[in-house]
Design a protein around this ligand. Structure first.
Ligand SMILES: NC(=O)C1=CN([C@@H]2O[C@H](COP(=O)(O)OP(=O)(O)OC[C@H]3O[C@@H](n4cnc5c(N)ncnc54)[C@H](O)[C@@H]3O)[C@@H](O)[C@H]2O)C=CC1
Ligand SMILES: O=C(CO)COP(=O)(O)O
Length: 342
């Protein structure tokens, strides 16, 4: 029998903590990169993360927490990336270019790399020569808070090989956690980036006091916009590779399901952030109040810039970008949107 791969989690926010719970509930030992020594000390003494998902208690005999990233990376065969996209470069920059050689990297990040406007696998390939065959993703629909409460949830695992991806998913499958496996590595990542922008928009709509009737039309149009972008994106990729465009299963949970849960759930950071913007908070004030990361804020800028090359018609993403980054008033931007919905 082959030896079980040693797994590590990089990050200690809500999602990293939820993933650590899932793995340790399955009896798996994890190496865990946690930025702050005092968070580690608290975890060891009091058995929980003092900042995020504080109700989750760990069997600390299953944890090797460490604030030295290089030691965690060296100790593991599989690494789960669970830091917000905005901090990824900062966090990984201390590692030498060959640090990920022979590792499987599993990204739980729902974002593009800000400034570079590229997917996480593209960044890892550029910086660490990580081939896509060693890259996997975890997408939703799933909120950390419901994992903390052991509410039945589904995670989608994607990778270039169904078999290797299934082996990773199996580590996470448990009594309250079902897993779905596919080979749609690129589509699920882009869908996750877009749904954060749309959930932020749904929050803005709520803050502006639009009702449920509007919201359902808003989400329907976001779903269509997501497909428009992905189709254009695939056409462009196909024109470069000479291969036929990849088709995506938009009704899969990682697409429609994650869009729905993030737009509707009160757990959503993006929806909460947008709600504050709709109510008139400045971006700075909303960030301070949220005290967590709303990826849609960064994604709206990345996607706006990325779409300069793709050229997809994206009125909703464009409106969210204009509100957050160009100081367009939310009610003005939404009034313009109202007219174009089908
Ligand atoms: N929370 C959730 O339910 C889910 C989150 N995700 C994704 O997981 C990723 C991580 O998000 P969350 O855990 O929700 O974030 P969070 O807002 O809960 O945690 C933020 C994390 O960033 C760290 N941080 C803050 N400033 C930093 C800095 N300057 N450098 C490095 N780290 C810094 C904090 O210590 C903390 O660990 C995101 O891409 C998110 O989209 C995906 C699925 C579900
Ligand atoms: O990705 C998520 C749910 O699947 C989390 O969304 P938020 O970051 O908006 O909380």
């Amino acid at each position: 029998m082959s030896k079980e791969k040693r797994i590590g989690i990089i990050g200690s926010g809500s999602w990293a903590t939820a993933l650590a719970k899932i793995l340790t509930d399955n009896g798996q030992h994890i190496h865990w990169w946690i930025r702050n020594e005092d968070t580690i000390q608290h975890l060891q003494q009091r058995h929980h993360n003092k900042h995020y998902l504080t109700s989750v208690y760990f069997d600390t005999s299953l944890l090797s927490p460490d604030s030295h990233l290089a030691s965690v990376v060296a100790a593991c065969d599989q690494l789960v990336l669970a830091v917000p996209s905005a901090f990824l470069e900062d966090v990984l920059q201390t590692l030498p270019p060959d640090a990920l050689q022979d590792k499987q990297v599993i990204s739980a990040i729902k974002g593009l790399v800000p400034g570079r406007n590229i997917l996480i696998n593209e960044y890892l390939e550029q910086q660490f020569q990580l081939p896509d065959s060693q890259y996997f993703t975890i997408t939703g629909p799933c909120h950390a808070e419901e994992v903390a409460n052991e509410k039945l949830s589904y995670l989608t695992f994607s990778g270039t090989s169904q078999e290797a991806t299934q082996a990773i998913a199996d580590r996470f499958t448990g009594s309250y956690l079902q897993t779905i496996v596919n080979t749609d590595l690129i589509g699920v990542q882009l869908a996750a980036v877009l749904k954060n922008i749309y959930a932020l928009g749904a929050g803005i709509a709520h803050g502006l006091e639009y009702g449920d009737n509007f919201l359902s039309v808003f989400i329907t149009n976001c779903f269509r916009e997501m497909q428009t972008f992905l189709e254009k994106y695939e056409e462009q990729q196909a024109s470069v590779s000479g291969l036929p465009p990849v088709a995506h299963n938009y009704s899969a949970s990682a697409y429609l399901g994650d869009l729905l849960v993030t737009c509707y759930s009160l757990h959503s950071r993006n929806r909460t952030f947008g709600n504050m913007i709709g109510k008139g908070y400045s971006v700075k004030a909303a960030q301070l109040e949220l005290n967590m990361i709303a990826e849609g804020y960064y994604a709206s800028k990345c996607m706006y810039e990325m779409n300069q090359q793709i050229g997809a018609y994206m009125p909703v993403a464009q409106a969210v970008y204009a509100i957050l980054w160009q100081q367009v008033h939310p009610s003005e931007a939404f009034m313009a949107l109202e007219k174009g919905f089908i």
